[in-house]
Design a protein around this ligand. Structure first.
Ligand SMILES: Cc1cc2nc3c(=O)[nH]c(=O)nc-3n(C[C@H](O)[C@H](O)[C@H](O)COP(=O)(O)O)c2cc1C
Length: 283
């Protein structure tokens, strides 16, 4: 079997019902008895945090990047940029600044998905127009473009037998990553993405039930509290977040408690200041 096909093959070994069971911890609904291999692959996706020491052939990398660029883009404006890092020294510098994620250094490629407002500003200047949209709406559009490109890249990589892991922690170090990678004003990191050949695949991570996340015709989150005990029980207790604030917990924390711990402490407090300094107007 070629490496390029192994990711899709793994997914197609499971039945649709197996894939739904793995995603929700139970057969939350009855899927069609047969589904296309591409849909099975998407249902089976997981992050990869262990990579083989093996490069990605350039033609495959370029094709995966073309898939990233195949994502939809708001008004076809394409307000994002993708930086491709293959220099081990640069990847190691970012990994060392982050400190806790050895999979960044293991991966042969680290991509940086950025919102890019600068390109539109340059287009306006080239055509003698004033760029009048350095605002929060453009920030959302550029962020959505970058995130969709990253999503397409993840699925394309998975289909090619590669593994990926998004890295939000690049935003903890924007003040160093910006100059190291020459990010000009108007260009801001949304997330990194490790890319490489998996040593092993993670277990699928169960998701909240559809009645919590998917709202039919009208928003309704009244089922949240009732859904939590079963959902928390599906997930092994994790390392407690912010033990220095809320204390350690030998038995670990369930998903909802850890989410509450994490969200109660403001993260990346300085990011809006950095964005402002880099010419992004969030007004
Ligand atoms: C925007 C974004 C940022 C993320 N940042 C990190 C990160 O910095 N480090 C990491 O190991 N995983 C990161 N992840 C991966 C999530 O932890 C992972 O998707 C989640 O635990 C669910 O696991 P799964 O993708 O295997 O289903 C990130 C995911 C997203 C979408």
């Amino acid at each position: 079997m070629s490496k390029a096909r192994s990711g899709a093959t793994l997914a197609t070994m499971s039945t649709p019902a197996d894939l739904i069971r793995a995603r929700y911890g139970n057969l939350a609904f009855e899927p069609p008895a047969e589904i296309p291999a591409g849909l099975a692959m998407v249902l089976d996706r997981r992050v990869t945090r262990r990579y083989r020491d093996e490069p990605i052939p350039e033609p495959l990398l370029q094709t995966v990047l073309a898939a990233a660029q195949s994502a939809p883009s708001k008004s076809d404006l394409q307000q994002y940029s993708i930086l491709v890092l293959q220099d081990p020294a640069k990847i190691a510098a970012i990994a060392d600044w982050i400190g806790t994620m050895p999979w960044i250094k293991q991966a042969p490629v680290l991509l940086l998905f950025c919102g890019d407002i600068r390109r539109g500003q340059r287009l306006a200047a080239i055509h003698g127009r004033e760029h009048a949209n350095n605002n929060v709406d453009t920030f959302i559009n550029a962020t959505a473009d970058a995130a969709l490109a990253m999503g397409h890249c993840i699925l394309a990589a998975e289909g090619a037998g590669l593994g990926t892991c998004p890295i939000s922690y690049v935003r903890n170090h924007v003040e160093k990553i910006g100059p190291m990678l020459g990010l000009p004003k108007g260009v801001f990191p949304v997330a990194g993405l490790t890319l490489g050949w998996p040593v092993a695949r993670n277990e699928p991570s169960p998701r909240l039930p559809q009645n919590v996340v998917v709202h039919r015709e009208r928003y309704n989150d009244s089922g949240l509290e009732a859904a939590l005990p079963a959902y928390d029980a599906l997930r092994p207790p994790a390392k407690p977040r912010y033990p220095e604030v809320y204390g350690p917990k030998a038995e670990g924390c369930v998903w909802s408690e850890n989410s509450a711990r994490q969200l109660s402490v403001p993260e990346r407090f300085g990011l809006s200041v950095w964005l402002k300094l880099r010419g992004i107007d969030l007004a």
